[in-house]
Design a protein around this ligand. Structure first.
Ligand SMILES: [Zn+2]
Length: 247
C-alpha cells in the first residue's frame, strides 16, 4: 500500500516544478533542466533527424561569467558545453505551461527555460553540421569558421545573423515560442543599429530564413547557407537578393 501511495504521489508531482512569486526559482530551474535535458535532446534529435556526437548541459548563474549580457539566458561553447542560466528571469519553464490567453503576450522565447535549452542545442547542431561538412571536405564559407557561439550583441556579424536565425527558427518550429512577431527592418541603419540587435538577429533572423528552410528542410538548408557567403546588410534588407545569389 505504502509503495502504491508513493508511486501515486510521484506521478502526481512529477511536473510540479518550483515557483516563487509566480516564476521559476534557481533550484527549480536546475531540477527542471536535469530532469528533462535528455528528453529535450531526444525531441530535438527527432526533429532534425540526426543524433548529436555529444552534449553537456549544465545550469549556472551566467551573471558571473565574462561578457555577460542581460539579454542572454544560455550559452554554448564549441566543445559541446551548454550553460543554462538559473537567474530569476524566466516567465515559466515551458511555453505550454502558460495559459493560452497569456502566451500571446510573450513572443520572447528567452523567457522560457525549455526554449533556451533548444536555442542552445541549435547552436550545437549548427556547429556539428559545420564539422561534418569539413570532414567531408565540403566548402564552409570562412565567415562561418569562427562564428561566435557566445552572444555578443555589441559585435555585428552577418554570420551570426544567420546562425541565430536558424536557432530561432528551430525553437519556433518545435513550438516553444510564439512566432507571430514579424518585425522587418526598413533601412540598413535599422540593421546596424546596436540597440536593435535583438530584433534583427532573433526576430528578423527567423522570419528571414523561414521560407527558405521550410522549402529545403533544416539540414539541406544549412548545407546551402554554410557554403555561401553570409548576406551583407543590403541583402539582409532585401532577402530576394541573398536567396537569389546562394546556391
Ligand atoms: Zn544564440
Amino acid at each position: 500500500m505504502k509503495i502504491i501511495i508513493t508511486i501515486l504521489l510521484l506521478l502526481l508531482f512529477q511536473n510540479n516544478y518550483e515557483y516563487k512569486n509566480g516564476i521559476p526559482t534557481k533550484d527549480g530551474i536546475a531540477n527542471y533542466v536535469n530532469e528533462n535535458k535528455d528528453d529535450i535532446v531526444q525531441e530535438f534529435e527527432l526533429f532534425v533527424g540526426q543524433k548529436f556526437f555529444d552534449y553537456n548541459i549544465v545550469v549556472d548563474d551566467l551573471k558571473d561569467y565574462q561578457d555577460y549580457d542581460s539579454l542572454e539566458a544560455g550559452r554554448y561553447y564549441q566543445d559541446f558545453d551548454i550553460i543554462i542560466s538559473n537567474e530569476l528571469k524566466y516567465l515559466d519553464y515551458e511555453l505550454s505551461f502558460m495559459p493560452k490567453y497569456k502566451q500571446k503576450k510573450y513572443s520572447n522565447n528567452n523567457k522560457f527555460v525549455k526554449a533556451v535549452v533548444i536555442h542552445e542545442l541549435s547552436h550545437l547542431y549548427f556547429n556539428e553540421i559545420k564539422l561534418e561538412m569539413q570532414e567531408k571536405r565540403m566548402h564552409v564559407h570562412r565567415d562561418y569558421h569562427s562564428s561566435s557561439s557566445v552572444l555578443k550583441p555589441k559585435t555585428i556579424s552577418n554570420a551570426d545573423f544567420i546562425e541565430e536565425g536558424i536557432c530561432e527558427y528551430i525553437v519556433c518550429r518545435m513550438k516553444q515560442s510564439i512566432c507571430d512577431n514579424n518585425y522587418k527592418p526598413k533601412s540598413v541603419e535599422e540593421i546596424t543599429s546596436i540597440d536593435n540587435q535583438y530584433n534583427i538577429k532573433y526576430v528578423y533572423g527567423r522570419t528571414y530564413l523561414t521560407e527558405f528552410l521550410n522549402k529545403y528542410g533544416i539540414k539541406q538548408g544549412l548545407l546551402i547557407l554554410l557554403s555561401n557567403e553570409p548576406p551583407n546588410n543590403t541583402e539582409i534588407l532585401y532577402p530576394e537578393l541573398y536567396f537569389g545569389r546562394i546556391k
